[in-house]
Ligand binder design. Structure first.
Ligand code: G
Ligand code: G
Ligand code: MN
Ligand code: NA
Length: 253
């Protein structure tokens, strides 16, 4: 109730901010991009996590505002981040499933990418619960328009129960992101044999694979050995505000 009220009235620039989490390419062991995550500190409620406020914002139709703010703020930072990094990189943003039936989102993304001169091919759009929600004609059109513009679609949180393998293959995505809980389970003795075939199936369908929640070198090395394409996790970097990202690590060369 309070969350809803605060979300309705806040000025996003005052209360939201973004944190950036590195995406590491397993072949080069270099940073190839960042996933952008939203954070909210409310003067009244304190820190509220996205796990809590995103579902609420969706149920009250406030998500358009939040997604557009995230996209705009992330795209605005692209040129600066590219200059600091010294090369091009991918920006990955999470989209709310609640919006995937509206073409407002598509228009916003295209306009904003153009306005801030971010090539859509450098942008990855992560979608989760969508796969749960009905895949409507509108969703299909929206995704095809975005893909035609060059945007990349990723399926987020695979392994948490929402996505079936068949849906995965039919979805027009280029990337699948394996959730931390799924990676952790698959690393247990006796279960390791599950991961490599899954990665092979993805590759056979032209899907690249990102593993999330990588916390140490052992897991990183193992995932690399079975063909995982990208790694993400605290081992390579926690989500940090732009000004707190430090580029002196070996994976930033
Ligand atoms: O970053 P954290 O682990 O607290 O994120 C919790 C959940 O909220 C994750 O599922 C994440 O994908 C989602 N999330 C974080 N930032 C955003 C955002 O900017 N937009 C959307 N739609 N979801 C986000
Ligand atoms: O749903 P999504 O994968 O977008 O959520 C990303 C969230 O997962 C981040 O907010 C982050 O807090 C959490 N996360 C990412 N990497 C790690 C990790 O290596 N360890 C732990 N414990 N949490 C992680
Ligand atoms: Mn994500
Ligand atoms: Na997510």
């Amino acid at each position: 109730k309070d969350i809803e009220q605060e979300l309705k009235t806040l000025n996003p620039d005052d209360e939201f901010y973004l944190v950036y989490m590195p995406l590491v390419n397993t072949r080069s062991r270099q940073i190839d991009g960042f996933e952008v995550l939203i954070r909210w500190i409310s003067p009244k409620l304190g820190f509220v996590g996205p796990d809590e406020f995103i579902p609420i914002s969706e149920s009250f139709g406030l998500f358009n505002k939040i997604d557009s703010w995230v996209a705009e703020t992330a795209f605005k930072s692209y040129a600066d981040l590219k200059a600091r990094l010294g090369r091009d990189f991918k920006l990955s943003i999470n989209l709310s499933s609640a919006q995937l039936n509206s073409n407002k989102l598509g228009v916003d993304l295209i306009v904003l990418a153009n306005q801030y001169q971010v090539p859509p091919k450098q942008i990855q759009l992560e979608m989760t619960e969508t796969l749960n929600v009905e895949y409507t004609q509108e969703t299909d059109v929206l995704l095809k328009v975005l893909i035609a513009q060059g945007f990349n679609i990723a399926i987020d949180d695979f392994g948490t129960g929402y996505t079936a393998l068949l849906q995965l293959i039919e979805y027009p995505a280029k990337m699948i992101k394996l959730d931390k809980t799924f990676i952790d389970k698959s690393m247990e003795e006796g279960k390791r044999s599950l991961l490599a075939p899954l990665i092979n199936i993805c590759h056979s369908q032209n899907l690249q694979v990102t593993a999330e929640g990588v916390e140490n070198e052992e897991i990183a090395a193992y995932l690399t050995s079975i063909g995982c394409d990208y790694l993400q996790g605290y081992y390579f970097g926690k989500p940090e505000r732009l000004e707190d990202l430090s580029f002196d690590h070996e994976w930033y060369n």
